[in-house]
Design a protein around this ligand. Structure first.
Ligand SMILES: [Zn+2]
Ligand SMILES: [Zn+2]
Length: 253
């Protein structure tokens, strides 16, 4: 709560929401389709391999599912933190394609509810694709329990990562259906009230958006503030400079 005391809303300077919304590059749409295609192709090959090994390795599936679920919350949080905290929309190619959605979401948090399936989920697919690709070369079978477990975990993790932003979108939806509300209430999916903590000025906590389970844990261990102090020490970069403006960002360090 200390951060909120130090950072008044009047200090916050953000980019124009229309400018951000209009900055969605047409060329990136093609990369997004490609990312989704590769993600589902690699996933299908891995599912095929898992099915063939399942009678020998079924006991790996439940621990892999739980670990994949928790890891997706953590990794999604790390990517969200990086996108919120560093870089600028003005960086060529990466800025409008990958950093702009993070800026847009803090300026207009309902914009995500207007995004279609591709705009909502393809960036997560792109992030998961290289990891799935590596898994194609790992052995699966009774004689390869360690690599089999890694493949199982990665499969579940990337599957949940793919839907992280969809789950995030549901947390902003005005009228989620009864089943979704049940999953949100029971914290199986990101709870909207819990996620509101992230959308409170200066947007510097509770980055995890799959289940949100890791948020109190990472806050307790000061995971992101420690990481930021290390990055500031070695790069002198100012975290959140573009997200909330220089004056507000400086007050936080
Ligand atoms: Zn954010
Ligand atoms: Zn949000």
């Amino acid at each position: 709560m200390e951060d909120e005391r130090k950072t008044a809303s009047s200090d916050i300077v953000q980019r124009n929401h229309e400018e951000l919304a209009n900055g969605y590059p047409k060329w990136f749409r093609f990369i997004e389709y490609l990312g989704l295609f590769l993600f589902f192709t690699f996933s299908a090959i891995i599912i095929w391999r898992i099915i063939f090994s399942f009678s020998d390795l079924w006991f790996l599936s439940i621990p892999a599912l739980i670990l994949g679920w928790v890891l997706s919350d953590f990794l999604g949080g790390v990517v969200h933190w990086a996108g919120d905290t560093w870089g600028s929309v003005d960086i060529p190619l990466l800025g409008p394609a990958l950093i702009r959605p993070f800026r847009e979401h803090h300026v207009d948090e309902l914009a995500i509810t207007r995004h279609d399936f591709v705009e909502t989920n393809a960036a997560c697919a792109l992030a998961g694709t290289p990891v799935l690709f590596v898994c194609l070369f790992l052995n699966i079978g009774n004689n390869f329990k360690v690599t089999s477990f890694i493949v199982y975990v990665v499969f579940f993790m990337t599957f949940f990562v793919l839907f992280t932003n969809q789950i995030h979108k549901w947390a902003h939806s005005k009228n989620p259906n009864k089943f979704l509300r049940f999953l949100q209430k029971t914290r199986i999916l990101l709870n909207p009230e819990h996620h509101k903590i992230h959308h409170t000025v200066p947007f510097n906590k509770y980055y995890c958006i799959t289940t949100g389970w890791m948020n109190p844990v990472l806050t307790y261990f000061q995971f992101f503030p420690i990481l930021e102090r290390l990055i500031i020490k070695y790069t002198k970069a100012l975290p959140r400079r573009e997200d909330i403006g220089e004056k507000a960002a400086e007050k936080l360090i």
